[in-house]
Design a protein around this ligand. Structure first.
Ligand SMILES: Cc1ncc(COP(=O)(O)O)c(C=O)c1O
Length: 461
């Protein structure tokens, strides 16, 4: 319930959340896996080996690789107008059309869209907008932001403060601000008490948030930031009761809700938005990744009309609105994103996700029986298995075992790309266009890789 410093009790609590990424010296030694081409859910490396891309790149290539319509959309826009910007009263047709489409799709009455280049920039911008908003409303003290431990909101300085994973902070002098706080993530498996029901757990976490806001002073707390499903922190799916309970607390203290839909947006959870799946009504929302199916860098912040009006009036007083990026509102990524949203609609991608998600779920649940798997969890086409040393009591592996990293290495050997996540989870997030047969291939390979992992661990190497 306090700032999440590298050596804080919270950091020690989650010491097993050793970061699963390759260090730079190991990278120098081993070299990267060089992917050269892709088609559908398949990619090929520079040695001709083929892999099923089970994480859709970095949770983003929703439409799979080689979607010609996106290539053509980029080409057309490059030929017509390769660049203009959205500063000082300028815009372009694809940017305007995309903003209008996003507003129509939004899970709550969000009225305005601000374009940026990455999820981190979207989160940073959302925070700046909240600060500007509270300054404009004559509440300069109301600035603190609350996130959850294990959250991933990006790596820029402000977003990096909200990310509740030690590896994003270590060595980078973060945290350097007293404005950011973290509460318990909604992982019943890791944070629940013996015998606690999902509803009781959700109520307890909402109570913790309420107590933190009261302790800090509601007049100092501006916003709560949350991924509907925590992605890079281990794919933590909250109980259904969690967000409704949390939002009641936020409402009572006049604290804004920022939904970070960077992974969960555009069908990943089986609805257009994770916010719809989990009953969230955001005041601001960040989107990226599947917005362009990963084909071009583009992200955005959506905000309510009420927030926008305050910003507009304040910028009128100040004579300017002083934030933005050279490539925020770039017409080429905007054209590609617009085409992506058209394809989602015309190809009925949501219907497809709903049609194949039961197979994904069934295969995921089957993995719960595997001796290495403590918990298999997921929603829609997003999932993870958490690997444990002792299945009976959930005891994790020692960090140096790097169980999830090993498992993902075995996956590669079986022609499957997945991602090790903190807490020894293996993340699964295939392109949304994956077929049932391909889902079977994915899980057949993962099962084989887990068997290999269990064998090598048992053999002590
Ligand atoms: C939920 C969430 N927010 C923000 C980010 C940061 O996005 P980017 O890597 O584009 O800066 C990510 C990246 O994975 C994310 O998963």
């Amino acid at each position: 319930m306090s700032t999440f410093a590298p050596n804080s009790p919270e950091a020690r609590d989650v010491a097993y959340l050793v970061h699963p990424y390759v260090d730079l010296r190991a990278h120098e030694r081993d070299g990267p896996l060089v992917i050269t081409e892709g088609h559908g859910v398949w990619v090929r490396d520079n040695r001709g080996r083929e892999y099923l891309e089970g994480l859709a790149g970095l949770w983003c290539v929703a439409l799979g690789f080689g979607e010609r319509r996106l290539v053509e959309a980029a080409r057309r826009q490059m030929e017509r107008l390769p660049y203009t910007h959205t500063f000082a009263g300028r815009s372009s047709e694809p940017v305007i059309d995309l903003a209008e489409r996003l507003v129509r799709l939004a899970p709550a009455p969000l009225a305005k869209v601000f374009f940026v280049n990455s999820g981190s920039e979207a989160v940073d911008t959302a925070i700046k907008l909240v600060w500007y908003y509270n300054n404009a409303r004559g509440r300069p003290e109301k600035k603190r932001i609350i996130a959850r431990r294990r959250a991933y909101h990006g790596v820029t300085v402000a977003a990096g403060h909200l990310t509740g994973l030690p590896y994003v902070r270590e060595g980078f002098d973060l945290p350097m601000s007293h404005l950011f706080f973290h509460v318990t993530p909604p992982s019943l498996y890791r944070e629940g008490r013996p015998g606690e029901s999902p509803a009781a757990f959700a109520a307890r976490l909402a109570g913790e948030l309420d107590a933190l806001i009261r302790a800090l002073g509601p007049e100092t707390v501006a916003a709560f930031v949350a991924e509907p499903v925590m992605g890079a922190g281990g794919v933590i799916v909250p109980p259904a009761e969690y967000f409704p309970a949390v939002q009641e607390v936020l409402h009572a203290h006049d604290v804004l809700m920022i939904a970070d839909e960077v992974i969960t947006g555009f069908g990943r959870t089986g609805r257009m938005w994770g916010s719809e799946t989990f009953g969230i009504r955001p005041d601001l929302m960040t989107v990226a990744k599947q917005l362009s199916s990963g084909y071009q860098p583009i992200a955005a912040v959506l905000m309510s009309e009420e927030i926008y009006r305050v910003l507009a009036d304040r910028s009128h007083e100040l004579g300017t609105f002083g934030t933005g990026f050279t490539w925020g509102g770039h017409p080429v990524p905007a054209a590609v994103a617009l085409e992506t949203l058209r394809i989602y609609e015309e190809d009925r991608i949501l219907d497809h996700v709903r049609a194949v998600a039961p197979r994904f779920r069934a295969r995921l649940e089957r993995l719960a029986d595997h001796p290495l798997v403590g918990e298999a969890r997921g929603v829609g086409l997003l999932g993870a298995v958490e690997l444990v040393r002792d299945k009976a009591d959930g005891t994790p592996f020692a960090p140096e075992v790097k169980a999830a990293v090993r498992a993902v290495g075995h996956c590669l050997a079986h022609g499957l790309i997945l991602r090790p996540l903190p807490g020894d989870a293996v993340g699964i997030c295939p392109p949304l266009v994956i077929t049932e047969d391909e889902i079977d291939t994915l899980f057949d390979r993962l099962e084989a890789a887990l068997d290999d992992t269990a064998r090598t661990l048992a053999a002590g190497h």
